[in-house]
Design a binder for this molecule. Structure first.
Ligand code: FES
Length: 165
């Protein structure tokens, strides 16, 4: 998908997304998700949040409530792929800490950080229902479980290959 790098083209695109959703504030979540997918670094910049709040005639605090509530929305720049490691009960019992160590070592970043090339962000998440294949993480919307070192390296390398094709 084409990402918009100039302000003019970005705000034209936001207008078209608002238009598609009938400038309806009840569609705020869908508007934000679609806007984010069109913005480099996969997040909603402050100026975009304000723009949408003005155009929909709602307080910007309401826009931020939605951004902070939904884990798929980001208010800070993120990598092209977001790796979310579960640290809820079953994954804790199955030693998610070991998975964290492998991910941090392979990517060269700590939890909460983004790789220097902008390809991966690493963060924790709560249980997403994959307890039967715990320990587990998600990359974007795809779930991976029964993780071990070999499998993690294979998964990361498969994304690196995709990114360089
Ligand atoms: S506890 Fe980790 S996926 Fe459920």
């Amino acid at each position: 998908m084409e990402k918009f790098t100039t302000k003019r083209s970005l705000f034209d695109k936001i207008d078209s997304i608002l238009e598609k959703h009938n400038w309806n504030k009840n569609n705020l979540l869908a508007i934000l998700l679609e806007s984010q997918s069109n913005i480099p670094q996969n997040y909603i910049p402050e100026e975009v949040a304000k723009y949408i709040s003005i155009k929909l005639n709602i307080p910007s605090s309401k826009v931020y409530d939605v951004i902070t509530f939904f884990s798929a929305l980001n208010d800070k720049p993120k990598g092209k792929h977001v790796i979310q490691l579960c640290k809820s009960t079953t994954c804790r019992l199955n030693k998610y800490q070991k998975i964290r160590e492998i991910l941090e070592r392979e990517l060269g970043i700590k939890m909460g950080e983004t790789t220097g090339d902008g390809e991966f962000s690493l963060e924790y998440t709560a249980c997403f229902g994959a307890c039967d294949i715990s320990p587990a993480f998600r990359i974007d919307d795809k779930v991976y479980g029964n993780l071990n070192e070999t499998k993690i390296i294979e998964i990361i390398n498969s994304y690196r290959r995709i990114n360089h094709e």
